[in-house]
Write a protein that binds this ligand. Structure first.
Ligand code: EPZ
Length: 420
């Protein structure tokens, strides 16, 4: 297994291009199951998670070709409707093949994904929505077995205790596009990745309105055709790179970056004293003066993203003052706290809050990655720390950050990979 080694203390400077959004691409690839025609998806990042989704599509009978970020999906000899435990258990987003399989084949057998390092992560909202569309559902042997002679549009409320759900909205939307009649999803997720999926479905012939708002309306159609689509830029990768610039007192121009998708993050960082220049398709961030501590609360979009919480905690660890970080999406997503404290941070966890007392400097240490965004937080901490940081279990990072070492190296970071 590889580990990442970082020699901290270098100010990052230069230009970097943000990759296509992992969390857009995963459901969009699942949506190709809705047609037998060819679909071409561009801007697909080369990641462990995207490879897992391609493997799942192949196991479901699709032919998949990959060429430099362009994925072409065509129908294979026979469609399969069973999404196997071995694949689904390695990546939760695989569960969103349920909606398209059911929509297209009227039957699906999809392994339940189970929990993960950031929490229990139930799928009750996915199942509620699919059931309301008229499917017969049962759970047997760890699989959801779904069938429907026909799916029928319905008005549903899809909010849960923690608000809207991104993948449940995706899953239900993908089942509803081929249902009879009109579906209305209330309390739908508004994340840009949901909008991107809806745009792809519309290119395939779906009739969808209201995506990007909490009420999505879908008029079912008889069949969908092939389409080509370019995924939006990854706002979480962009946000992570912004924080890499700030935590190292640097200056970075992000290309292929939609600043409109980063409203809450930029707003908080401006409140902390960071400087931004927004242009169409790019964002310039520079450190000009010591930042102030700010409080953050994670919320569904357009609120501050939970996927940026760990990285923000690293920045606040070295920002003078006290910052209260409240996690409202995954109240247990704090695995990085103990690791940051191993680097000298002063962070105390109290239920869904972390109280961060900013210190002058972190010191490099061996630390362990626990999930994707926690790993990104540790990379940021390592970039700022005095001395050497060694991050083990970096396969978590490989799930969601394309060529992260190369990108950071180009900005001047001393970061490399070593065999453990
Ligand atoms: C998506 O996961 C993202 N994954 C996650 O990104 C992200 O953290 C999350 O949205 C929140 O923004 C992908 O898009 C592939 P949710 P998802 O359903 O859709 C609860 C990353 O690091 N809930 O929006 O699975 C849930 O427990 C990853 O890139 C239910 O209660 O998240 C959470 O508290 C990790 N019942 C809240 O809703 C359900 O049926 C929001 O989760 C579903 C969710």
């Amino acid at each position: 297994m590889d580990k990442l080694v970082i020699e901290g203390g270098v100010r990052l400077r230069g230009e970097v291009t943000v990759s296509g959004a992992k969390n857009s691409v995963l459901p969009i690839l699942a949506a190709t199951l809705l047609t037998d025609d060819a679909c071409i998806i561009k801007g697909v990042p080369d990641l462990r998670d995207t490879s897992t989704m391609l493997k799942l599509l192949r196991s479901l009978g699709k032919n998949v070709e990959v060429d430099k970020g362009v994925v072409t999906v065509t129908a294979g000899k026979a469609a399969n409707y069973i999404a196997d435990y071995k694949i689904v258990s390695t990546m939760r987003a695989s569960f969103c093949v349920l909606g398209p399989l059911l929509g297209k084949l009227k039957k699906a057998r999809v392994s339940l994904p189970g929990g993960c390092a950031i929490g229990t992560r139930p799928v009750d909202l996915h199942l509620k929505g699919i059931k309301l569309l008229g499917a017969d559902l049962k759970v047997e042997g760890g699989y959801v077995i779904a069938k429907a002679s026909k799916l029928t549009g319905v008005h549903m409320y899809l909010g849960g205790v923690y608000g809207s759900s991104v993948l449940a909205t995706d899953n239900v939307m993908m089942a509803a596009v081929l249902a009879h009649g009109k579906t209305v999803i209330e309390s739908a997720a508004c994340e840009p990745e949901v909008v991107d999926l809806a745009e792809f479905l519309i290119k395939m012939g779906a009739k969808i309105k209201g995506h990007g708002t909490p009420i999505i309306e879908i008029e079912g159609v008889r069949h969908l055709h092939g389409a080509a689509h370019t995924a939006i830029a990854d706002r979480i990768e962009a946000g992570t790179l912004i924080l890499a610039a700030l935590i190292t007192k640097g200056d970075i121009l992000l290309k292929n970056c939609n600043y409109r998708h980063l409203g809450a993050v930029i707003d908080k960082l401006e409140e902390a004293g960071a400087q931004f220049t927004r242009t169409e398709g790019s964002l310039h961030v520079r450190y000009q003066k010591p930042l102030n501590a700010v409080n953050i609360t994670t919320l569904p979009y357009p609120g501050f993203p939970t996927d940026m919480q760990a990285q923000m905690m690293s920045l606040m660890s070295v920002t003078s003052g006290i910052s209260v970080i409240t996690e409202k999406i995954y109240p247990d997503r704090f695995m990085h706290v103990a690791e940051l404290n191993r680097m000298g941070a002063h962070i105390q966890r109290e239920g869904p809050h972390a109280i961060v007392e900013g210190i002058k400097e972190l010191s490099g240490a061996p630390v362990m990655a626990s999930d994707l965004r926690a790993s990104a937080g540790l990379v940021l901490a390592g970039l700022a720390a005095r001395g050497k940081t060694q991050i083990s279990r970096i396969y978590h990072l490989e799930r969601g950050y394309e060529n992260i070492e190369e990108k950071l190296q180009k900005l001047g970071a001393k970061i490399w990979r070593e065999r453990e």
